[in-house]
Design a protein around this ligand. Structure first.
Ligand code: ATP
Ligand code: MG
Length: 156
């Protein structure tokens, strides 16, 4: 369905605001102008839920999560950053594999099955986007995903 992602992402984040711990702040960097994308809303909500719940799970308290949308030439890039323990460089690709759970300090105590990011990857691939993570150990993690803009031209 054709969706203006500006109000859509605000709405999704509003739901997180209601459920999160008070000591975690969510900063939004979302452009004002409409951005129309072709997407499956329920599926993209699931992607954001999976990434945001990791960010909240690994955030220190107090902590800030930054949610950013960057408009590029033919796609948008969304980034979600936390100030958590980070992920070792050699594990950054593995976290998108099914059942993979990095042995970073807190992940053993913090529950989970290791499916969240694998599901997110599947959904983003189905939308012809990309998903990846960047991290600095001890500083935090940023998960990025892209979604193509609706192109004006049809055909080729
Ligand atoms: P589930 O999402 O199924 O409840 P999970 O959170 O362990 O379980 P994923 O969301 O796929 O699984 O994440 C895989 C692993 O990647 C996590 O176990 C954790 O080790 C690491 N990870 C993911 N996000 C972060 C983050 N923001 N900071 C630090 N480590 C992370
Ligand atoms: Mg998870």
């Amino acid at each position: 369905e054709r969706v203006n992602v500006v109000p859509f992402f605000h709405h999704v984040l509003d739901r997180f605001e209601m459920n999160k711990q008070e000591s975690i702040k969510i900063d939004r960097y979302i452009p004002r102008d409409s951005i129309f994308l072709w997407l499956d809303k329920d599926k993209i909500i699931q992607v954001i839920d999976n990434i945001m719940s990791n960010a909240m799970k690994y955030s220190p308290e107090p902590g800030t999560i930054r949610f950013r949308i960057m408009r590029e030439r033919n796609r948008i890039k969304v980034s979600i950053s936390d100030q958590g323990p980070g992920i070792a460089r050699e594990k950054l690709d593995k976290i998108f594999e099914r059942f993979y759970r990095a042995d970073n300090a807190r992940s053993r105590q913090l529950g989970g099955t290791g499916l969240g990011l694998a599901i997110a990857k599947e959904i983003i691939r189905a939308h012809h986007g990309q998903i990846w993570a960047e991290s600095m150990e001890g500083k935090g993690t940023t998960v990025f995903f892209t979604l193509p803009l609706i192109s004006r031209k049809r055909g080729g």
